[in-house]
Design a protein around this ligand. Structure first.
Ligand code: BGC
Length: 406
């Protein structure tokens, strides 16, 4: 691989009790989530792909569990589908809650710690009809749902993740307009972002009220912003973007995190100047890219972890992965990211876990099934899961609790 700073050959051992895991989300794997806003947008063609049966994981949890066991993970991050649980406003489905309860109990029986996400991009239709995250009442609606599930599932869940990537959701849904409700307004972006802040605080408090000794946080997408060459103006702009995109949410909610949850995928070099006013972002050169066109930059994980450490709380990497259908980049991707993560630990970061995105090829939102992030491939007709070579590489890393010199 070319184009990024390789850390070189070294042996990396991870701390004892380090959580090795994989991450998924409900709409991306469960299938037939007919009661949420994504499904609605898929049917009315506001987004170009349909999730249909996804990986059929709602009916095939036993197959997913078998894979998790084979991989040897100590943790599994997945999300609850709000639209299955609160089918209409204030009406909760016993069947859905039993389903998730059963899933959590089975994970525990197999010594796999469940890390439960409460919101991963999708909303019940009743909620979006009431204005979704634009509504001032949205944090209250979210709190009612969180109160219900944390009472129902609380006995078996220690780690709660309230919201997945609030900034990605707000940008994609309210600025880019690619995701439902497909709007383009900086004003709404602001409104939604502040409602997420209020919703997270409320969720944090209610989960803790229902059970004290649990740990609550979010999964925040962090981009490594870096300056193009050693230019003063670019450096200032990079610091500003870092604050707005990576730092602001945490600053506004600082007391409401028991850990710092980070998803890392992207590096963004800023070249700020008056001669290129519309072209400041993504001046990455000589880059190795994934099928998605995203630069592969493992050293960025080191930087975002070191920045995150400033909050003086345990850090979890809740997502890191690559769209790579041929599986020819993923092995090196995993190894190099883990080496840089290990270096961050050596340099003092208190990192407690790493979750690879993802266990399976799944519904990649606006890109549908074209982007393949899975350690295991999924046959779109039979739903048969077939582990890729990198699945076995990751299994060996987990078994060794680190990487050997190779
Ligand atoms: C999201 C996932 C998504 C992944 C890859 C993350 O931003 O949480 O849902 O599949 O990135 O794009």
């Amino acid at each position: 691989m070319r184009g990024y700073d390789k850390i070189g050959v070294m042996q990396s051992k991870f701390p004892k009790n380090f959580y090795w895991g994989v991450a998924t989300s409900s709409h991306q794997i469960e299938g037939d989530n007919t009661n949420n806003d994504w499904w609605e947008a898929e049917q009315s063609r506001k987004v170009s792909h349909k999730s249909d049966k996804a990986c059929d994981s709602y009916n095939r949890f036993d197959e997913d569990l078998a894979l998790l066991k084979e991989l040897g993970v100590g943790a599994y991050r997945f999300s609850l589908e709000w639209s299955r649980i609160e089918t209409r406003e204030g009406e909760f489905s016993k069947e859905a809650i039993e389903h998730y309860k059963n899933q959590i109990v089975q994970l525990r029986e197999n010594n796999i710690e469940p890390f439960v996400t409460l919101h991963h991009f999708t909303n019940p239709i009743w909620f979006s009809d009431k204005g979704g995250w634009e509504s001032r009442k949205s944090p209250k609606y979210f709190e009612r749902y969180v109160d219900f599930v944390s009472k129902e599932l609380g006995d078996n869940v220690k780690y709660w993740i309230t919201i997945n990537e609030p900034s990605v959701y707000s940008l994609m849904s309210y600025v880019e307009g690619f995701w439902p409700p497909n709007k383009r307004s900086w004003f709404l972006y602001w409104k939604v972002s502040t409602n997420f802040i209020r919703a997270h605080r409320r969720a944090y408090r209610v989960i803790k009220k229902n059970k004290e000794d649990v740990l609550v946080g979010i999964a925040k997408n962090k981009i490594f912003f870096d300056a193009y060459e050693n230019r003063f103006f670019s450096k200032i702009v990079a610091v500003l973007f870092d604050y707005i995109y990576n730092g602001w949410f945490f600053e506004r909610t600082e007391r409401y995190h028991d850990f710092v949850g980070v998803n890392y995928y992207n590096h963004n070099r800023i070249k700020a100047g008056f001669n290129n006013p519309k072209n400041w972002l993504n001046q990455n050169e000589n880059k190795e890219i994934s099928d998605f066109g995203w630069e592969i930059y493992p050293k960025g994980l080191y930087h975002v972890v070191m920045h995150s450490s400033a909050m003086k709380k345990p850090v979890f990497i809740f997502e890191n992965g690559i769209a790579d259908a041929d599986d020819d980049q993923r092995p090196m991707f995993i190894k190099e990211h883990l080496r840089w993560l290990n270096k961050a630990i050596e340099d003092g970061a208190d990192v407690r876990g790493y979750f690879h995105w993802s266990l399976l090829d799944n519904f990649e939102w606006a890109e549908g099934y074209q982007m393949k992030f899975g350690l295991a491939e999924v046959d779109r007709k039979t739903f048969e899961r077939s582990p890729r070579p990198s699945f076995y590489l990751y299994r060996d890393i987990i078994k060794e609790n680190g990487l050997d010199v190779k």
